[in-house]
Ligand binder design. Structure first.
Ligand code: SAH
Length: 216
């Protein structure tokens, strides 16, 4: 795949527009500036890839708006080398941003087609997560727990129990919590095994989390 001057220029403008919207983490902005988002969308949408909006991907799903990716990533409050579990790989774009920032990423996607596609784009980008799973992320991913951070990129009806459990003490879970129409971005901090602090922020609209502890 190619990355033209036109794409680079548009990407630079997108990255530079983020501070005005409240993104202050320079590492996040630098990752947005680096990762070619147009590789993660259908080629017909290449020219829209650097507009700050969500775009359709296959299987009726969406690649999140760049601002939303930047916002969730900033909320994670990352330090290089952290172990992150991402639920909802989708296109793989958010995963690439986290890998670019030096994180050890474990990512789970329910949809087989999206999973395969994301895997091949990430391999081509040379931006590989620690491990990828095609399965129900509402159950977390037991094998590699505990995680320093967990990020859910689909709307959750409540906080999945497995995610609470698989988060390490002092860890943070960022997820959109609400109904199918609207969700509040939440930061759940694990104080101890059974003590969680929940901070509720702005509202968003994500595609639904499916599976055992999702909407269906
Ligand atoms: N982070 C993605 C955006 C994902 S959209 C990106 O950067 O492109 C939400 C994704 O969550 C969809 O791909 C959907 O298939 C997936 N999903 C929904 N329910 C899931 C579940 N229970 N486990 C894993 N993935 C799920």
């Amino acid at each position: 795949m190619i990355d033209t001057f036109k794409h680079k220029g548009a990407r630079e403008r997108l990255a530079n527009s983020l501070p005005k919207k409240g993104i202050t983490d320079e590492n996040v902005i630098q990752a947005i500036r680096t990762i070619p988002r147009h590789w993660f969308v259908e080629s017909a949408l290449n020219d829209s890839a650097y507009e700050d909006r969500a775009l359709p991907i296959a299987e009726n799903q969406t690649i999140s708006q760049p601002y939303t990716v930047a916002f969730q990533t900033q909320l994670l409050d990352l330090k290089p080398g952290m172990k992150i579990l991402e639920i909802g790989t989708g296109s793989g774009y958010q995963c690439a941003i986290l890998c670019q920032m030096g994180m050890k990423v474990y990512t789970v996607e329910l949809n087989r087609k999206l999973f395969e596609k994301a895997r091949s784009v990430l391999a081509e980008l040379d931006c590989s997560p620690a491990a990828m799973l095609c399965g129900d992320g509402s159950l977390g991913w037991e094998k590699y727990q505990p995680y320093d951070r967990i990020l859910v990129t689909a709307a959750c009806p409540d906080i999945p129990e497995a995610l609470r459990r698989q988060l390490g003490n002092g860890g943070k879970l960022v997820l959109p919590l609400g109904n199918l129409d609207i969700q509040e971005m939440c930061i759940v901090t694990k104080k101890s095994a059974h003590e969680f602090d929940i901070q509720r922020l702005d509202t968003f609209k994500f595609v639904p989390l499916k599976g055992k502890h999702g909407f269906s």
